[in-house]
Design a protein around this ligand. Structure first.
Ligand code: NDP
Ligand code: 2IT
Length: 448
C-alpha cells in the first residue's frame, strides 16, 4: 500500500487497534498516503515514532446523557468528546448531534480537525464531539433539556484554555445558547468556552456565515490559480441546506454564480432559474422544515425524492455541503462527464477517497474539506480572540480576516501540492502536508 515500510507497519497496527472504525481508518489512510513523500524525506520520524504518536488521540471521553421528553418519558443518549491533539493550542472543534454519531465518526472528525486547525495558522489544537441525539422533530423544550443534560457532563472536560467546542451538524445557535447557559450555571464563569455564540452574549459577527463564505473564498482562489476563471456566470449545485450550504449559496451568488440545486436528507430541489435563498432560509432557519416545501412556497422548481440524484445535474461547480461519503466514484464520474470543472468540499470528507482521487487525476479543481471548509473554525478562532480582549469587531473586519485566512490556506496548499503532489491540482496532498508540518514540529519540540 505504501512505499515506506514504516507507514505500512504503522497503518496495519492502526487498523488492528481500531477495528470496525471505518470512517476513522479511511481518514488515516488518506492522510498517510498523502504525507508519505514528506515522511520519506524525514527518516528520523521513524526513530521518534512520530506518526504513531500523531495517530493516537490524547483523550476520548464517552458519557451517558439522560433527559426526559415532553411526555415525561426517560430518554438515554450517548455523548462523546475526542480531544485529539493539543500540540499547537487548546482543543477546538464542533459538536455534532445526529443519530449516526459514534466513536468512528467522532475520531475521524477530530483527526481531520487537527490538520484543519493547523492550516488556519491560528493557535488551535484538534477535537470533536457530539451525540447520537436526533434534534429533528423535537420541541425547543426537549432540545433545551437534552443540551442541559449533555453539558452537565461535558463541562468537566472543557474550558476557554482547555477545549472550546462549537457547532456542526444538528448544532446551531439555539443549541450553543442552551449549552452555554448551562456551562455558566455550573461553573459560575462567563467565558468564551463555546464559539458560535449569539451576538448578545459574546458571539462574533460573520461566524454564522463563515464556513460557507470561506468555502467560496477558497474556491475563488483555486479557480483563479488553476483555471484562470471565477464564479462569474457559472452554474453551481450545492448539497445540503444547513448552515454551510446556505451561506455557500449566498456567497457564490454574490460572486456572480447561479445556484440551481440544493438538498436535505430526504431529497433535492432543482430550480433552473436559480434558487431563491430567502425561501430556503425561511424553510430551514425559521420553520425547521423539509426542503420539499420550496416548490410549494416559491411556486416553481422541481423536487426529487432521494439526495443522490443531485450529482447527475449538469453544472460547472459542485459544492458538497451535507455530510461524509455523500459523493462516491460513480457520482464523481457523472459530474465530470457532465462538464463539472470544480468540486470544493464544504462538508467534512463528503467525497469518498476514490472520488477525490478521480477528481485530482482528471485535473478537476478539487478543494479538500480540511482546507476548503476551514473558514468556520478560523472564525471561531477570531471569536476566541474577541472574547479574550473583551471587544467585538465589525462584520467587515471579521470577513476581511476570513478572506485573508482562506487565501493564505489556498496558497500554502498550492505550494505544497506543487512540491509534493501528483500535480498542482493535488491540493489534497498539499493540505495534508501543510497541516502536518506544523503539528509534527510542535509535537517534536514538546516531546509529546
Ligand atoms: P446542518 O445541521 O446545519 O446541516 C446539515 C445538512 O446536511 C442538512 O441539510 C442535512 O439534511 C444534511 N445532512 C446531514 N446528514 C445527512 C445525511 N446523513 N444524509 C444526507 N444529508 C444529510 O450542518 P452544517 O451545515 O453545519 O454541516 C454540514 C457539513 O459541514 C458537515 O459535514 C459538517 O461537519 C461540515 N462543517 C460544518 C462547519 C460549521 O461551522 N457548521 C464547519 C466546517 C465543516 P437534514 O436536515 O435532512 O438532516
Ligand atoms: O468541522 C468544523 O470545522 C466545524 N464544525 C467548526 C468547528 C469550530 O470549532 O468552529
Amino acid at each position: 500500500m505504501f512505499k515506506s515500510e514504516y507507514l505500512n507497519r504503522v497503518y496495519n497496527e492502526f487498523v488492528t487497534k481500531n477495528p470496525n472504525l471505518t470512517e476513522y481508518q479511511n481518514t488515516a489512510l488518506e492522510i498517510l498516503e498523502s504525507i508519505e513523500p514528506y515522511i520519506l524525506e524525514h527518516k528520523e520520524f521513524e526513530d521518534k515514532k512520530l506518526v504513531e504518536r500523531f495517530l493516537e488521540p490524547e483523550r476520548f471521553i464517552q458519557f451517558k446523557v439522560v433527559w426526559t421528553d415532553d411526555k415525561g418519558n426517560y430518554q438515554v443518549n450517548r455523548g462523546f468528546r475526542c480531544q485529539y491533539n493539543s500540540a499547537i493550542g487548546p482543543y477546538k472543534g464542533g459538536l455534532r448531534f445526529h443519530p449516526s454519531v459514534n466513536e468512528s465518526i467522532i475520531k475521524f472528525l477530530a483527526l481531520e480537525q487537527t490538520l484543519k486547525n493547523s492550516l488556519t495558522t491560528l493557535p488551535m489544537g484538534g477535537g470533536k464531539g457530539g451525540s447520537d441525539f436526533d434534534p429533528k422533530g423535537k420541541s425547543d423544550a426537549e432540545v433545551l433539556r437534552f443540551c442541559q443534560s449533555f453539558m452537565s457532563e461535558l463541562y468537566k472536560y472543557i474550558g476557554p484554555n482547555v477545549d472550546v467546542p462549537a457547532g456542526d451538524i444538528g448544532v446551531g445557535g439555539r443549541e450553543i445558547g442552551y449549552m452555554f447557559g448551562q456551562y455558566k450555571k455550573l461553573t459560575n464563569d462567563f467565558s468564551g468556552v463555546l464559539t458560535g455564540k449569539g451576538l448578545t452574549y459574546g458571539g462574533s459577527l460573520a461566524r454564522k456565515e463563515a464556513t460557507g463564505y470561506g468555502l467560496c473564498y477558497f474556491t475563488k482562489n483555486a479557480l483563479k490559480a488553476l483555471r484562470n476563471t471565477s464564479f462569474e456566470g457559472k452554474t453551481v449545485i450545492i448539497s445540503g441546506s444547513g448552515n454551510v450550504a446556505i451561506y455557500a449559496n449566498e456567497k457564490a451568488t454574490a460572486l456572480g454564480a447561479k445556484v440551481v440545486a440544493m438538498s436535505d436528507s430526504n431529497g433535492y430541489i432543482y430550480d433552473k432559474d436559480g434558487i431563491d435563498l430567502d425561501v430556503i432560509k425561511e424553510i430551514k432557519e425559521v420553520q425547521r422544515e423539509r426542503i420539499k416545501k420550496y416548490v410549494e412556497l416559491k411556486g416553481r422548481g422541481e423536487y426529487h425524492e432521494g439526495c443522490k440524484g443531485i450529482w447527475q445535474i449538469k453544472c460547472d461547480i459542485a459544492l458538497p455541503c451535507a455530510t461524509q461519503n455523500e459523493l462516491d466514484l460513480d457520482d464523481a464520474k457523472a459530474l465530470v462527464k457532465n462538464g463539472c470543472m470544480c468540486v470544493c468540499e464544504g462538508a467534512n470528507m463528503p467525497s469518498t477517497l476514490d472520488a477525490a482521487k478521480y477528481f485530482i487525476d482528471n485535473k478537476i479543481v478539487f478543494g479538500p474539506a480540511k482546507a476548503a471548509n476551514a473558514g468556520g473554525v478560523a472564525t471561531s478562532g477570531l471569536e476566541m480572540s474577541q472574547n479574550s480582549e473583551r471587544m467585538s469587531w465589525t462584520f467587515e473586519q471579521v470577513d476581511k480576516k476570513l478572506n485573508d485566512i482562506m487565501t493564505n490556506i489556498f496558497e500554502s496548499c498550492y505550494k505544497e501540492a506543487k512540491a509534493y503532489g501528483k500535480s498542482e491540482f493535488d491540493l489534497l496532498t498539499g493540505a495534508n502536508i501543510s497541516g502536518f508540518k506544523k503539528v509534527s514540529q510542535a509535537m517534536l519540540d514538546q516531546g509529546i
